[in-house]
Design a protein around this ligand. Sequence first.
Ligand SMILES: CC(C)(COP(=O)(O)OP(=O)(O)OC[C@H]1O[C@@H](n2cnc3c(N)ncnc32)[C@H](O)[C@@H]1OP(=O)(O)O)[C@@H](O)C(=O)NCCC(=O)NCCS
Length: 161
Amino acid sequence: MEAPDIFELVPGHFTKSFPHHDLHNKLATLFSQLLDEVNIGYITATVASENSRLVVAEVGRTYKPQGIEYGEIIGAATLIIMITPHGKVGYVHDVVVDEKHRGQGIGQKLMKEIIAIAQSSNLRELNLTTNASKRPDAEALYTKLGFSQKPTGFYVLKLIP
Ligand SMILES: CC(C)(COP(=O)(O)OP(=O)(O)OC[C@H]1O[C@@H](n2cnc3c(N)ncnc32)[C@H](O)[C@@H]1OP(=O)(O)O)[C@@H](O)C(=O)NCCC(=O)NCCS
């Protein structure tokens, strides 16, 4: 397989390119491998948000007179940037590589792009959570990249069951 292109989706990918629905569907198919419910509206809003950066891995794009025809979207990762009194911090969410393409370094490339964006955005730190017993592959990926467990607990109050 050719090496995928790793790039950030920006609002123009949803408004100017052809065919939009194709891109939406490809992203929805990918995210369905991670999320119980996939909502295209939230994906579009993530791309549109100033505080979120959605990075994807794509193979096989073609250019037609009508516009771009997206290839396969085989991976994605999202960075959320928050400004706090402590400074700017980042949260990594929704990291997923298509199951047919795992173990080829794509997750690592996506995460390296997220780290590069975090560095160029002057973030103090990048945070993420993962369930090591359920997702040992993800835990191994994050550890390899230098992430370590914080001594503080991470708490959640679920507002939607
Ligand atoms: C976690 C995930 C994104 C990794 O993507 P990937 O493209 O397969 O990972 P890479 O090929 O880039 O692997 C990078 C490193 O991660 C670790 N790793 C990845 N898969 C692994 C596995 N099955 N077993 C052990 N280590 C693994 C290794 O350290 C690997 O480096 P190496 O190949 O040099 O040993 C992918 O497995 C996935 O989408 N899983 C389902 C969704 C998920 O769990 N997302 C994370 C939510 S927190």
